[in-house]
Ligand binder design. Structure first.
Ligand code: ATP
Ligand code: MG
Length: 228
């Protein structure tokens, strides 16, 4: 992203001149206080909001309304609110939705559904009604519905929220084992340090610090100064 701005219809410029890069297989944390612009930035990358200034490229493709479907084929997004992730009646269909849409064979779809739920320790939820899951169960199924598409880039908005300690630890382990590039928006600074090599601090829609996750996320003074 080069100098990217995102303005909401009411004129609020929630992202203001952000430049950042995510390399192949790189895992980068995006941290910042409430309202800093993290979710806005992630939504703009998948084309749910349009960019009002600057330019962004995903895998060489310039982001625009026209290219949004191509970008979405490469980028998987875990939404901050797990309710936004699930829309089918049954868990298995939610997790199968992406792979089915990609035109994969039903055998391959089933393999991916099983493997994604398994990895997250959520195989027992397969036949449940999505709408009747607990917050943490919805989170796991939402994560599985993204992993089942095997996208080359993962955008994750607070993926550890709603999870109990064991599921959270397992999630960190699973994400660490993936080859994908990950942009992780989170307030879970411990997870950010465990998972990411680099970190970016956002404040009022601007990048105010960037560097090694270990160094940046242990800089108490800087974090406190930016409301973290
Ligand atoms: N639909 C909207 N219209 C106008 N302003 C909005 C809209 N959605 C969010 N905002 C504003 O944009 C700014 C950035 O919001 P955003 O949700 O990106 O923050 P965030 O960093 O994800 O915060 P959090 O940590 O609370 O999730 C905030 O000031 C927010 O009030
Ligand atoms: Mg957010």
């Amino acid at each position: 992203m080069k100098d990217v701005s995102v303005t909401y219809p009411d004129g609020n410029r929630a992202v203001n001149g952000v430049s950042l890069a995510l390399g192949n297989g790189e895992r980068k944390a995006l941290v910042g206080a409430n309202g800093a612009g993290k979710s806005t930035l992630l939504r703009a990358i998948v084309g749910l909001l349009s960019i009002s200034g600057g330019e962004a490229r995903v895998d060489g493709i310039a982001l625009s309304a026209r290219t949004a479907p191509d970008v979405r084929a490469r980028v998987g997004m875990v939404f901050q609110n797990p309710d936004d992730q699930l829309f089918m009646a049954k868990v298995a269909d939610d997790v199968a939705f992406g792979p089915r849409n990609m035109g994969l064979s039903e055998d391959e779809v089933n393999r991916r559904v099983g493997s994604a739920l398994d990895r997250l320790g959520a195989a027992h939820l397969k036949d449940r009604v999505s709408d009747r899951l607990s917050g943490g169960e919805k989170r796991l199924v939402g994560l599985a519905s993204v992993l089942s598409m095997e996208p080359c880039i993962l955008l994750m908005d607070e993926p550890s929220s709603f999870l109990d300690p064991r599921s959270r630890r397992n999630l960190i382990k699973v994400l660490s084992s993936l080859p994908q590039a990950i942009l992780l928006a989170t307030h879970d600074l411990d997870m950010a340090r465990r998972l990411c090599s680099r970190a970016v601090v956002l404040r009022d829609g601007r990048v105010c610090a960037e560097g090694s996750a270990d160094e940046l996320l242990s800089d108490k003074q800087m974090l406190e100064a930016h409301g973290l």
